[in-house]
Design a protein around this ligand. Structure first.
Ligand code: SF4
Ligand code: SF4
Length: 353
């Protein structure tokens, strides 16, 4: 099978869409008349101001380039994006990985493997004793220069977190581009052949699904059982866990909501489903997110909205101070309702399942 670059639509940036600017996105969200602000909802749950509880996960976003242009992408990633973490920032991240003792280093993008020094991050983080998560779109492993990836993942014990909206072709290709589903299945079979997703190998392969539409994800445990049955029976594919993730109303999903006149309705749905238990477990409480230029954020979503960490905290990798960042106040906005609706949503799936 020959891998291709998959396009659903050009990136917002390429289309010169006003929503390619973070300020426009923040403005569009702020204009939605919600019954209560996210801060008020947290106050009611006894969680305001929301503070970090530590930094277990150091999430490094190495750039916005991707071989896909998925319809729902919160990064507005695509083949035409040129932002890539420069050497000085990456070197500083490696220093922090060597010394800060992060339990997990989570590498994301775009397609993070497209960064020419991606392998270095994996090797240094493993040497430092950290778990390494790679957020993989699967099809990257079929591109000619990246066919080495499955073996490299296995050799270094990388925890692969792979996105696949649906176990049926139509649902996945509608969101991610024609041919993505078939290539994803090929990639998953290769990972399985190396032991990924198989009991007793220690090679962890998790899948991430998000709704193909404006509804909340279903029950994570029930969906996982269904996915496991379907993937095994239809394709002979195994995996460890399924994470359900709510579509965040930012970037390309916000553009879709705007084009279809559903911004208010979707935000209202998320706000109405506010769950205090999910709020207590939001990922920003134990994660620090690094942008390609070294700016620090509470999460990848705040990163895309250009909302850096609180003014009182160090704001770049060059000023990193573990103690000052470990209990920082989290920067919030209406988009945060996406993390607290229903069973909650995070890079690790539901937070109150
Ligand atoms: S959702 Fe992932 S695979 Fe799709 S365009 Fe965005 S970064 Fe690439
Ligand atoms: S969007 Fe980010 S800052 Fe807001 S609740 Fe979710 S993880 Fe925390």
């Amino acid at each position: 099978m020959t891998a291709t670059v998959h396009r659903v639509l050009p990136t917002l940036q390429k289309r010169h869409s006003p929503l390619s600017a973070a300020a426009e996105q923040r403005g569009a969200l702020a204009r939605v008349p919600l019954g209560q602000s996210f801060e008020d909802a947290l106050e009611g749950a006894g969680l305001y101001p929301l503070r970090a509880t530590g930094i277990d996960i150091f999430q490094v976003n190495v750039g916005r380039k991707c071989n896909q242009t998925c319809r729902h992408c919160h990064v507005d990633a695509g083949p035409d994006r040129t932002e890539m973490m420069p050497d000085a920032v990456l070197d500083r991240c490696l220093e922090l990985i060597d010394t800060a003792g992060f339990a997990t280093v989570d590498i994301t993008g775009g397609a993070p493997e497209l960064h020419k020094r991606w392998r270095e991050i994996v090797i240094r983080a493993r040497a430092a004793g950290s778990e390494v998560i790679d957020r993989c779109n699967l099809t990257i492993t079929l591109l000619p220069n990246y066919a080495y990836l499955p073996e490299f993942f296995a050799d270094h014990g990388v925890h692969v977190v792979a996105s696949l909206p649906h176990y049926r072709q139509k649902g996945t290709d509608t969101q991610r581009g024609d041919g993505v589903f078939d290539e994803s299945i090929t990639a998953l079979k290769r990972l399985n052949a190396l032991g990924y997703g198989k009991p007793g190998t220690g090679l962890v392969l998790d899948l991430v699904t998000n709704p193909v539409g404006t509804f909340l994800p279903g029950n994570q445990k029930a969906l996982e059982a269904d996915w496991k049955r379907q993937m095994l029976r239809t394709f002979g594919v195994e995996f460890n866990s399924l994470y359900t993730i709510t579509n965040m109303p930012i970037s390309r999903f916000l553009d879709f909501l705007s084009e279809t006149g559903q911004v208010n309705e979707y935000l209202e749905r998320l706000a109405a489903a506010f769950n205090p238990a999910a709020a207590a477990g939001v990922m920003c409480r134990n994660t620090l997110s690094v942008g390609w230029d070294g700016t620090l954020y509470d999460c990848d979503f705040n990163q895309m909205l250009e909302l850096p960490v609180h003014r009182g905290a160090p704001r770049t990798v060059f000023d990193f101070d573990l103690d000052a960042l470990a209990n920082r106040e989290i920067v919030l906005g209406p988009h945060c309702f996406g993390c607290t609706a229903g069973a909650g949503s995070s890079c690790g799936g539901a937070t109150a399942a």
